[in-house]
Design a protein around this ligand. Sequence first.
Ligand SMILES: Cc1cc2nc3c(=O)[nH]c(=O)nc-3n(C[C@H](O)[C@H](O)[C@H](O)COP(=O)(O)OP(=O)(O)OC[C@H]3O[C@@H](n4cnc5c(N)ncnc54)[C@H](O)[C@@H]3O)c2cc1C
Length: 597
Amino acid sequence: MPQVTTSEVTRGGAFLIQATPAERIFIPEEWNEEQRQLAQLCEDFLEKEIYPRLDEIDYGDPTQVMPEILRKAAELGFLGLTVPEAYGGLGADFLTGMLFTEKMGPSHSFAVALLAHTGIGTLPILYFGTPEQKAKYLPKIVTGELFAAYCLTEPGSGSDALGARTKAIPTADGKAYQLTGQKMWITNGGFADLFTVFAKVNGEQFTAFLVERSFPGVSVGAEEKKMGIKGSSTRQVFFQETPVPVENVLGEIGKGHVIAFNILNIGRIKLAAATTGSCKRLVDVCVRYAKERHQFNRPIASFGAIQHKLADMAIYTWASETATYRASADIQAYEKYLLDQGQPYEKALLGAAQEYAAECAILKVFGSEALDYVADEAVQIHGGYGYSAEYPVERAYRDSRINRIYEGTNEINRMLSVDYLLRKAMKGELDLLSAAMKVQGELMSIPEFGDANGAFLATEKKAVENLKKAILMVAGFSAQKYMQKLADEQEVLMAIADMLIDTYVVESMLLRTEKIAQRNGESAATDALAMTQAFLVDAQERTASAGRRAILHVAEGDERRVLLMGLKRFTKPLEVDTVALRRQIAEKLISAEKYCF
Ligand SMILES: Cc1cc2nc3c(=O)[nH]c(=O)nc-3n(C[C@H](O)[C@H](O)[C@H](O)COP(=O)(O)OP(=O)(O)OC[C@H]3O[C@@H](n4cnc5c(N)ncnc54)[C@H](O)[C@@H]3O)c2cc1C
């Protein structure tokens, strides 16, 4: 296999300070035949095993139904898709694993159980386990002989995960640790056989342990009564002087945070793939409903207000898909780069996900909020029927809400997305300072109003470049003003994060549009262009609003005036008829009777 050179990999966060050539990004139009077959296999599985059983899954005993379906998934290799063949898995690459996650996304509670088992349940062992731990547990995890869960959260520590109180006391003979504590909200808690548990050795050193359910002193609470994902088992897990042999320490003593945080990066981008899949299904359901449902002697799909909603749902879905696979392919390329540098397999993917930690946080927020928006509009399109448990959108609405809470709340992820970039800048990995200084210089110069040259996408490219300048301007000024204390200005960080999210997403849409045109001609990119333009106008408005909020807080007097003028210049809205663009998208959906982009 050819070596990947540094010039071929895009650094994490670099999107903010450099232009990415369209040919460098992966777009879903490039899925190969094998990947398309896998997608079909997943869809068939959901049609056969999940959709007819959604009520049984949600209202039956989660410790019976879920393990049974998970075992069926294991027979198809789904529990070990990306696990290396040496441990009984199929050894698929990261992008294929992401496609699988997208396809499983719409399976409601099943997706939660499956992705907890294959993600936070399996990955800590795969990436941090000793050869003995891997050989002992992974083959059984892949076949569904063992189900896995991840115990980080406690009643008193959620976002502040390192504040855990569960203790691990070394035994006198040095052969084991005794774990005592209480974990909360543990997915698969009712039936998992193996728990990755975070506890503090001697009350101080945060460490991960592999704890079997059969170990003495392990017990679980009752099922939590939840708003949604009712079929997924969520319980408290208790450890009462549970002896855990030293062989079951996962990773190093005192290095549990490395496991907890690295696994979360992957979990976040996977969540965006899963929510993308759920969005697609909701668009399918709504387009069909809007065609069938008649009011005033017309299908409701013929009303502009409904077409606007359908189009927006599709635009957010396409946006989420596009940005998620762009980052996924970047991670995969970086993983290969690290492997070629001689890094071991275990470190390569984690290192790659860490490199793109800001993008993972951005996608987690965007994906979960896109799905909430889509689910909300799905209920609205269904009117009163959307409020009925007899219709599928009611479940989707309840189930989508959790995504903004777990894998790090969206507030925490917003702050992390900015924090990761600033930290990269401080480490000298990302030259934000020069880029911000350049924008500052531009603010003092006479604006260059000469519009783009009329070439395909030239105006849109300039607009995206300007959004980046708006971020660099606001973030640069805020960082200069507050220095280390910027972390205390959370509202400003949130505003910067919102700008970052919109910019990363819309740039991804723009690049996908360009690549489609490069591959198949500009006429093949008409719908992609319409979606990109419609989203771009909204992104410009949101950036103007978030930027203004931040500037009015951080700057005063002349500085404030200069920044506000710059912001106005950098967010000057594209003059396009977004009503016509959305009608174009809606017409495509209505004639295809499904999500078709
Ligand atoms: C259904 C379900 C399944 C789950 N599965 C698992 C699992 O399998 N394993 C596991 O370990 N955990 C799991 N969790 C736990 C989940 O990860 C936590 O609920 C989540 O991290 C938030 O923690 P918390 O609930 O304690 O909220 P808190 O941390 O108390 O947050 C409350 C609010 O305060 C905000 N907030 C907190 N800190 C800050 C801050 N520094 N600045 C600004 N705002 C802040 C939050 O964003 C949030 O809005 C699950 C939770 C649920 C509901």
